[in-house]
Design a binder for this molecule. Structure first.
Ligand code: PMV
Length: 305
């Protein structure tokens, strides 16, 4: 059984598509998969299933992943441990888990922690992601493969970040998820109409991300929260926020969150809120508004009481 983490983008989504850095952190849940050699490809994902050559995204994804690993056809069973399509990187977590499972099936002697093996998993997961998302920046697959907290750029790939303190996050589904591909395309259309606006926004987000990295390394949670709020304002300027996202962020801030923003593509999907210590008051406020939500702690050593 192979596993892989889902992720949250802490800051920098959308700008990362234009070459800016972004920060992402792996969650403690994601996807798991098993694979064994078979006469034809077969992929079972919960209730869904696909057979090699049926033209479905799942079948094309498995084929692309397998081609990247030069692996023969596989029978794969996969499960998600979190909501799909909500901006938490479910498809990338699946891609990484399936790539690990396929490698285990074809080359059981390989050491999963070896840099060359990890690079193959990342490349195979990226091939899988391209089937679902067109031209992804690659941050989802990188965060899932690396674990912990990373800084990511398209040019340099993932770089692990040392966290002085773990981050206590509250995560809510603030509305029906939108398609990542459509949200990325809507920002691209805005960039055609208003290159000045999008250029300045990307530059602004770059500086927020650089400062947020310093906050994470120094354990400055209030500083990080303020930068998340500012990132949310800039994302709203890119028209990827929604009234539901803004309302969920406001509720979280009123319940004591240090900062709150959408995570992932926006247009719906998930909001993250940074708690000072305890995410429970934020979760209680969201539950009172009937939002589906949960807590997640990412990275770092245990925080002293
Ligand atoms: O919604 P998600 O988890 O697929 O995140 C998308 C992040 C974007 O920056 C909007 C797109 C990308 O490819 O990086």
């Amino acid at each position: 059984m192979a596993r892989a983490a889902a992720k949250v983008i802490l800051l920098g989504e959308h700008a990362v598509v234009y070459g800016a850095p972004a920060l992402a952190a792996a969650l403690d849940r994601g996807a798991r998969a098993t694979a064994r050699k078979a006469a034809t490809d077969r992929l079972t994902l919960g209730e869904r299933g696909s057979v090699g050559g049926d033209g479905s995204e799942l079948a094309r994804g498995l084929e692309a992943l397998r081609a990247s690993l030069s692996a023969p056809p596989q029978e794969v069973t996969a499960e998600l441990e979190m909501p799909a399509g909500a901006g938490l990187g479910a498809s990338a977590a699946l891609g990484v888990a399936i790539a690990r499972a396929v490698l285990e099936s074809v080359s059981p002697a390989l050491e999963p922690g070896e840099p060359a093996v990890r690079a193959r998993v990342l490349e195979a997961a990226a091939a899988w992601e391209r089937v679902f998302h067109g031209n992804p920046s690659g941050i989802d697959a990188a965060a899932s493969e690396c674990g912990g907290c990373i800084r990511y750029t398209r040019a340099a790939g993932p770089e692990p970040i040392d966290m002085l303190l773990p981050l206590s996050l509250a995560i809510a589904v603030a509305g029906p998820p939108a398609s990542t591909r459509e949200m990325v395309e809507s920002v691209a259309r805005l960039a055609e109409r208003r290159p000045d606006l999008v250029g300045k926004t990307v530059a602004g987000i770059t500086s927020l991300v650089d400062n947020a990295r310093l906050c994470i390394e120094a354990g400055d949670l209030p500083g990080l929260g303020k930068l998340m709020d500012l990132n949310q304002m800039l994302l709203a300027g890119l028209m990827v926020s929604t009234p539901g996202i803004e309302a969920a962020c406001d509720t979280a801030r009123r319940a004591g969150a240090l900062g709150a923003k959408l995570t992932g593509a926006g247009g719906g999907g998930c909001v993250i809120a940074l708690a000072d210590r305890d995410a429970e008051p934020i979760l209680a406020a969201w539950r009172a508004e009937d939002l589906h939500c949960f807590a997640a702690t990412v990275g770092g050593p245990e925080r002293p009481a």
